[in-house]
Design a protein around this ligand. Structure first.
Ligand SMILES: CC(C)(COP(=O)(O)OP(=O)(O)OC[C@H]1O[C@@H](n2cnc3c(N)ncnc32)[C@H](O)[C@@H]1OP(=O)(O)O)[C@@H](O)C(=O)NCCC(=O)NCCS
Length: 187
C-alpha cells in the first residue's frame, strides 16, 4: 500500500537520488546549509557524514530545492553511543543504514514532501533495515516515520547536544519481517 496522501499526488515535484560524489561542491554546500538549518546534527561530523552517505536525496520544485534527506552509513562510535543511551542493540547486520539529514523548507511543510523523501530513501535502501533518531517532541517526523513502518525501540534519552530527548526508531528489513511472520512457517 502506498502511504502517501493522495492529496499530494498532483504537485509538480521531483526527487533527485544520487551518490554524494555526483553532487557538485556547491550543491553539497547547499545541502549542508539546509541540514544546519534543521539544527539536529553536530557540525563537526556533518561534512564527513555527508560525503560518506550511501545516497543523498533532494526534493525540488521548479528547480528550487525544498527538502533533503540522506541514507547514511553511520560511524561505529556514533552507533555505539545510540545503543548505550537507548539501551537497545542496533546491529550493523540488521540495520546498516540510518535515515537522517531530513529537512523541509519552512514554507513548504505540511505538503507531504518529507513523506516523498522517506519513500525515496526506503526505495534506495536495497531492502535493508533502517534506523533513525528523532526528538521526542517532533510530532510530524515521528508520525511520518511510523507511517512508513518505523517503530520505537529502547528508552528515550537526553541528547548530548541540548536540553531535549531523543527517541530511537527501527525499521526491520522486509525479508526479516517475512521470516518472523507466524505465517512464514506454515506449509
Ligand atoms: C519534520 C519535517 C521534515 C516534516 O516535513 P513535512 O514535509 O512538513 O512533512 P509531511 O507534510 O510529509 O508530513 C507531515 C505529517 O505529520 C502530521 N503532523 C503534523 N503535525 C503533527 C504533530 N504535531 N503530531 C503528529 N503528526 C503531525 C501531518 O498531518 C502529516 O501527516 P499526514 O499526511 O498523515 O496527515 C519538517 O517539519 C522539518 O523539516 N522540520 C525541521 C527539521 C526536522 O525536524 N527534521 C527531522 C530530524 S529527525
Amino acid at each position: 500500500m502506498n502511504p502517501l496522501p493522495p492529496r499530494f499526488s498532483g504537485l509538480p515535484f521531483e526527487i533527485r537520488s544520487d551518490k554524494p560524489s555526483r553532487f557538485s561542491p556547491s550543491e553539497l554546500d547547499e545541502f549542508e546549509k539546509m541540514v544546519r538549518k534543521g539544527g539536529e546534527v553536530s557540525a563537526t561530523m556533518l561534512a564527513a557524514g555527508l560525503r560518506r552517505a550511501e545516497w543523498l536525496f533532494e526534493a525540488a520544485r521548479e528547480g528550487r530545492v525544498i527538502g533533503i534527506a540522506a541514507l547514511k552509513r553511520p560511524f561505529q562510535n556514533y552507533r555505539s553511543k545510540i545503543c548505550r543511551h537507548s539501551g537497545t542493540e542496533v546491529p550493523v547486520a540488521a540495520y546498516p543504514y540510518e535515515v537522517g539529514y531530513i529537512f523541509v523548507a519552512e514554507n513548504e511543510r505540511g505538503k507531504g514532501h518529507s513523506q516523498r523523501l522517506i519513500q525515496a530513501v526506503i526505495e534506495n535502501s536495497a531492502q535493508s533495515g533502517l534506523f533513525a533518531t528523532v526528538r521526542t517532541e517532533n510530532g510530524p517526523m515521528r508520525h511520518v516515520l511510523e507511517k512508513f513502518g518505523f517503530r520505537t525501540a529502547g528508552i528515550p534519552y537526553r541528547s548530548e547536544r541540548g536540553d531535549y530527548e531523543l527517541v530511537l526508531y527501527l525499521r526491520s528489513s522486509p525479508a526479516s519481517l517475512r521470516a518472523e511472520s507466524p505465517l512464514s512457517s506454515r506449509p
